[in-house]
Write a protein that binds this ligand. Structure first.
Ligand code: SF4
Length: 336
């Protein structure tokens, strides 16, 4: 058996990434100095409220940023090679073959007038150079892999349940043998039982195909079940990162603590979601200091003026003045 070095296992490096949006003559920063890595076979979650930058980060990695977004600084490397995110042709060649995406809302992502088997066969022809027949055989194998019965493989999307459509999306994401699958809220529109089935399917496929999984979600319960590591984002920055077990047992950042505290826990009489007081910040009008300070129950005077660095803290990273590492260290890339 071959021993793999740490470098062999390193698949993706996001290094000091900044992404800005332009709209009607105004520019605002959606992603601010984000650095992390992803290793072979690892499942990492990006978590935070709407507008925190998790989807923009994922879309930058997949080369699917909207036309009014541009990379202001930083870079993304795949197996040590820089990805030119603004180069459409280069990213088209990378996408689906190396990094693919399972979007939320399969009904919107699938073409309603084509049978699902044909929709999966198409990228097999275009990207893998397979003949029509060979592509259909591969599409049928992929649909079997994700648990679509043989008699449903020639259905149109509207003839399938929401869970089955999401399975089709997963099959399509796997069509060209990617190493990384990004799940952008892949279970959001599904009922709880189907959600659990889809999360289990992703976990099984990850183990079977040695995939790396990046899960974009606001649902910490899904993270607890399916991921190794979690990064909490707020106002376009990572504010805490660590192993899932550590973050759930000992969250250090006040925002992470409130997020975990917001999860219903019927076993302990907590049946309702406990919202975090206040509103997410307006990125068009960023204030100085820690972006969370207007909502933070532990805010100090320094929080309103100084932005805390994302520093090493135990086995993870945290950006909070309550943690000495945030004040004493410079921002440390994840892969150091
Ligand atoms: Fe709260 Fe200050 Fe930490 Fe920000 S830096 S999370 S305001 S204690």
């Amino acid at each position: 058996m071959t021993d793999l070095s740490a470098d062999d296992l390193l698949l993706l490096e996001v290094d000091s990434l900044c992404v800005d949006y332009r709209l009607k003559g105004t520019t605002w920063r959606a992603i601010d100095n984000v650095s992390f890595d992803l290793r072979v076979g690892e499942a990492v979650a990006l978590v935070g409220e709407s507008g925190c930058g998790k989807t923009t980060t994922a879309m930058a990695i997949a080369g699917l940023l909207s036309p009014n977004a541009y990379v202001r600084n930083g870079e993304i490397r795949y197996r040590g090679e820089r990805l030119y995110i603004d180069d459409d042709a280069a990213m088209r060649a990378h996408r689906w073959s190396h990094t693919s995406v399972v979007f939320q809302g399969a009904m919107n992502a699938l073409n309603p007038v084509h049978r699902v088997i044909n929709q999966i066969a198409e990228p097999c022809m275009l990207k893998l150079g397979l003949s029509r027949n060979a592509a259909k055989i591969r599409a049928a194998e992929l649909l079997e892999l994700v648990g679509i019965p043989a008699d449903r493989r020639s259905s149109y999307p509207h003839q399938l349940s929401g869970g089955m459509r999401q399975r089709v999306m997963i099959a399509m994401a796997l069509a060209c043998h990617p190493s990384i699958v990004i799940g952008d809220e892949p279970t959001t529109a599904l009922d709880v039982i189907t959600q659990a089935q889809i999360i289990k399917l992703l976990g099984d496929l990850r183990a079977k195909l040695r995939l790396s999984l990046m899960l974009i979600t606001h649902d910490l319960a899904v993270v607890a079940e399916s991921c190794d590591r979690v990064m909490i984002m707020y106002a376009g920055r990572i504010v805490e990162e660590g192993a899932v077990a550590d973050i759930f047992a000992r969250p250090k950042h006040p925002y992470t603590q409130l997020l975990i505290d917001s999860i219903p826990d019927p076993a302990h009489g907590k049946r309702m979601i406990k919202p975090i007081p206040g509103d997410p910040p307006n990125l068009l009008n960023r204030k100085s200091g820690c972006a969370f300070h207007p909502r933070c129950p532990s805010a100090m005077a320094v929080c309103a003026t100084q932005l805390p660095n994302l520093g090493r803290s135990g086995q993870g990273r945290v950006a909070c003045h309550l943690d000495r590492s945030s004040s004493l260290q410079d921002e440390i890339p994840a892969y150091v």
